[in-house]
Design a binder for this molecule. Structure first.
Ligand code: KG4
Ligand code: ZN
Length: 366
């Protein structure tokens, strides 16, 4: 085991000096690096995608993702440093995604971050990917003040949080099966739209009529603040099967629009229901699916109607990026929450205190 003492005693970490936090993200299929100044100004934000590697397989192949991260990480970090116009001695801490995510992919980022931090004699900070997504709300709206409700909708998670104060996250709802992003990806595959599915459905749905094919609104009036999307995927499967049997033509744009509408409506309705229950006037929606144009427009529409402030990050901060990891990393850095040298990845890292079971407000939502 490597020394547990962090930072090493031989090296004096100049905590009071101003400088930068380097963020590194490699939890899935994006190799990302960003530089954030210690006063919270984002100075560079780089993402190297891997679409061309996974596209022909119709989804992310974990082994190939790890290998691509290994190839891309050094160059991505160097480029982020170059864009920021800084040198390694200007970096005061390296923040990296510890989990949740693909174990092999996470290992590349964590190993790189530890090696760099060790070589520079600075702390390494382990960031939960979900706190990273939550932090993207503050990247877009630095003066966001809790209490608020935040929905994280990504390829792996659909987590609804009540945030009573800064960095306190109560999980009040989550998906019981597939995540919203997964529903987009699997639906797109069935419709022959390929990978990544979310952007493909989003794009095609713009030319479709969402009223022509109506899919069920899963769990809209049950399950409290929880979600479920696996049944919706089955509805699409049956719809396409029946259409084929009847020899009818599939208008893919209309089906994509109808399918998208179902996911979006449930997400928006339950999010605003949480606002009412917790009596909050501010809500943020973050994560890859928050890039969806229909979700963004419906959120804005409903928020105006009910007088709630809505925060949705700029598109570059919705999907996986290192700016959000650097932001959450900075919060931890300022509180000296440093990782030890034997920091390991946690593919199934959990996040948020479970609040739902014992909370009578959640029971009311049923
Ligand atoms: O946050 P993210 O980049 O990675 C995870 O943490 O999972 O989210 C990726 C997910 C994918 O499922 C992708 O299809 C979805 O976000 N996504 C979208 C859009 N852009 C990305 N879903 C719907 N509409 C989009 N425009
Ligand atoms: Zn993510």
């Amino acid at each position: 085991m490597i020394s547990d003492h962090y930072p090493p005693t031989v090296l004096d970490v100049p905590l009071v000096e101003h400088g930068y936090i380097l963020g590194i993200e490699t939890s899935c299929d994006e190799t990302a690096a960003a530089v954030l100044s210690r006063d919270g100004v984002l100075v560079s934000n780089l993402v190297a995608t891997q679409y061309e590697v996974h596209q022909r397989f119709g989804g992310v192949v974990p082994e190939l993702a790890s290998r691509k991260h290994t190839e891309q990480i050094e160059e991505t970090v160097q480029e982020a440093m170059r864009c920021a116009g800084i040198q390694f001695p200007d970096i005061k801490g390296v923040a990296v995604t510890q989990g949740p995510g693909l174990a092999g992919a996470l290992l590349v980022g964590v190993s790189f971050a530890k090696a760099l931090a060790y070589a520079q004699g600075i702390p390494c900070i382990a960031v939960n990917h979900l706190e990273g997504h939550l932090a993207s709300a503050w990247l877009s709206q630095p003066d966001l003040t809790p209490p608020c409700v935040i929905l994280v909708v990504s390829g792996g998670h659909t987590h609804l949080y009540f945030v009573p104060k800064f960095r306190e996250y109560h999980l009040i709802g989550h998906t019981l099966d597939d995540a919203a992003g997964e529903a987009f990806d699997k639906g797109a595959k069935m419709l022959g739209l390929g990978y990544p599915g979310g952007p493909a459905i989003d794009h095609l749905a713009r030319s479709g009529n969402s009223g022509r094919v109506r899919f069920p609104r899963p769990y809209l009036n049950r399950g409290g603040l929880n979600f479920s999307f696996s049944g919706l995927k089955t509805s699409l499967l049956y719809y396409l099967r029946d259409l084929k049997k009847a020899g009818e033509k599939c208008v893919v744009a209309d089906v994509a629009a109808g399918y998208q509408e179902s996911i979006v409506e449930v997400l928006v309705e339950k999010t605003f229901r949480a606002c009412r229950l917790y009596n909050v006037k501010t809500v943020a929606v973050v994560g890859g699916v928050s890039a969806n144009s229909r979700l963004r427009s419906l959120l804005r529409e409903r928020s105006t109607e009910i007088g709630v402030q809505i925060i949705v990050p700029a598109l570059e901060f919705c999907t996986d990026n290192a700016a959000m990891i650097a932001t959450a990393g900075l919060w931890a850095y300022e509180r000296e929450e440093f990782a030890s040298w034997d920091l390991d990845v946690k593919a199934n890292l959990l996040h948020g205190t479970s609040y739902a079971k014992e909370n009578p407000l959640v029971a009311l939502a049923k």
